[in-house]
Design a protein around this ligand. Sequence first.
Ligand SMILES: [Ca+2]
Ligand SMILES: [Ca+2]
Ligand SMILES: [Zn+2]
Length: 331
Amino acid sequence: MNKARAAITTLFLSTSLVAAFAVPATGETQAQPLNRVVCDAAQESVGEVPWRCGVEVGPTRWDGGGRLGDTEVDKAYTFLASTSRFYKDRFGVSLTELIGVDHHDGRGKAIRAAVRVCRPNECPQADAFWEVEKQANFGDGSLADDLAAHELTHGVIEAVSQLGRQGESESLREAFADIFGEFADLTDGSADDTPDVRWQFGDGLPGGTFRNLKNPEQFGQPSTYQGKGWWFGGYDYHGVHVNAGPAGKLAYLITDGDTFNGQTVRGIGLSKAIQLWWAALKLLPRDAGYRELGNALRDACKEKAKQRRSTGFTAGDCVQTATAIKAVQLP
Ligand SMILES: [Ca+2]
Ligand SMILES: [Ca+2]
Ligand SMILES: [Zn+2]
């Protein structure tokens, strides 16, 4: 008995020691203040050679210093803040702590971004991408609130989820990046948040909207699992984005509600939808696909409804969530 108790005490001690030094996977307890570093790639190719903002290339603007007045740099700087505010306000997560990196350049752990980024043989180019080296890269004309939040959310997904790097898992990475990108856009209070652009993705870009979560078909994405427009040709760059369609549609249905595919959904509203998708992201098992997404959303809702007083979720919200999942025909 004593022996067992001693063993348990030791276990507790070592667990708390580990807890004291480990960075929590979700970053929820971190209070790291916002710290940004933004660089101008000036149309250099990023991705093949080491190209770290703050190391190989000096920063243009950072928290506490630098030069104002470069439109692209200033936009990136602003969107790093608005996306950080979204994660802080909604989930208590410090984005700087969670996805920032310290290059020992004197700027500390910071969210890093580069603008006017080119790719080998593609210059100028209007794509944006997140690098595993923890840097958001924006091509010419790729700066909008939803797309910036999309790229930073790739870093978040890498940090808090078990989503894999192939098949439907890779599509769900794109889907969650779009969904949280649009959630951040819808709640950032920007002047362009009008009802007619709700759920449009890239609406703030010079090139305009290029995906629509409410109506994925508008840009050739399917609304239902393996439905019209589904890409059966493999999960290359094209396929992963196309097959993110049903998840975006699902986020729209759960949030706003609608009648679709013979099902009528009463939306649970933006605040609860944001919490639901966050909980589901963290619940997804390793290499999850669409079947696991449906399970995670249903399970997350049930858990929240159990704590109705603190979460505001009701059993009825979970019925609506299940109906929406049925509407997009998840397996
Ligand atoms: Ca917005
Ligand atoms: Ca948008
Ligand atoms: Zn993406």
